[in-house]
Design a protein around this ligand. Sequence first.
Ligand code: NAD
Length: 304
Amino acid sequence: MADEIRFDGRVAVVTGAGGGLGRAHALLLASRGAKVVVNDLGGAMDGTGSDTTPAQRVVDEIKAAGGEAVANYDSVSEWESAQRIIQTAIDNYGKIDILINNAGILRDRSMLKMSIDDWNIVIAVHLSGTFFCTKAALPYMRENNYGRIVSTASAAGLYGNFGQTNYGAAKLGIAGLMNSVKLEGAKYNIKANTLVPIAGTRLTATVLPPNVVEKLKPEYVSPIVAYLCSEQCELSGAMLVAGGGYFSRAAVCEGPGVFFDDPDSMTVEDVAAKMQEITSLEGAVEYDSATAQTMHALSHMKMD
Ligand code: NAD
């Protein structure tokens, strides 16, 4: 058997860990030795209200199993309250090694019916919440030359989903955010990856049939999250899909494209004639930064 992956001496913050996926991640990390800050605002699925019970219940579960955890009830969606979440780790355990950005809500409506409030609150919780918690944690991770960040995106962002323009935009925004955190954190041994989960939780109970919700246990997603949070993880900037025993990697890639030697003379019709080649993904590659992509795009340009 492979060596056990453990988190002894490690401090983790899991946002939105009062239920669903966050709870499963927190329980798994704690069962393997991590000290865990269990954050949860405890509101309704649409982001209204608050309740200390869910976070406290998970802390009690962790402690009952012999683990170590502390609750925090702040919202990820404001800079001040997000700082308090990270501060809870510092005050109780002296550092933060692992951050799982998981808190989330839904305000599904077609764009025609979506209110500005529906847009703002979803962006605030998912995208700004991930930015705020990550920004608050980074100085401590840099200081210790160690950090593991897992942020939660969604297939709705990668591929689109009817009624989820707000959510999808926030979720792909999170993947974009992590792409740059990967670059900025590299020299401090900070790895930043993105999770694309599929699980039966209260968020999916509205769209999935009950028997599917039951089968898609959040616990099935957590092993890869724990791996991404471990010292063993060398991966950074990746998007990992996980659910129901399925694991995969999603990626943004770009086809080899077409180069016009004389851009001054090319016409709309010249471009139209090449659309098949332009849109072909045969021989597509991933770039590990915008610079690398731009270098390719400019590689045929004559610079004199
Ligand atoms: P969930 O509702 O069970 O968990 C989300 C938790 O976040 C809740 O406990 C909620 O109280 C908490 N939360 C909400 N707003 C908060 C805030 N402002 N501050 C702190 N905590 C807050 O749902 P889940 O399915 O476990 O979702 C977890 C994450 O996974 C979310 O980001 C969600 O968008 C994402 N996701 C889930 C699925 C899925 O299939 N379940 C698919 C794609 C993405």
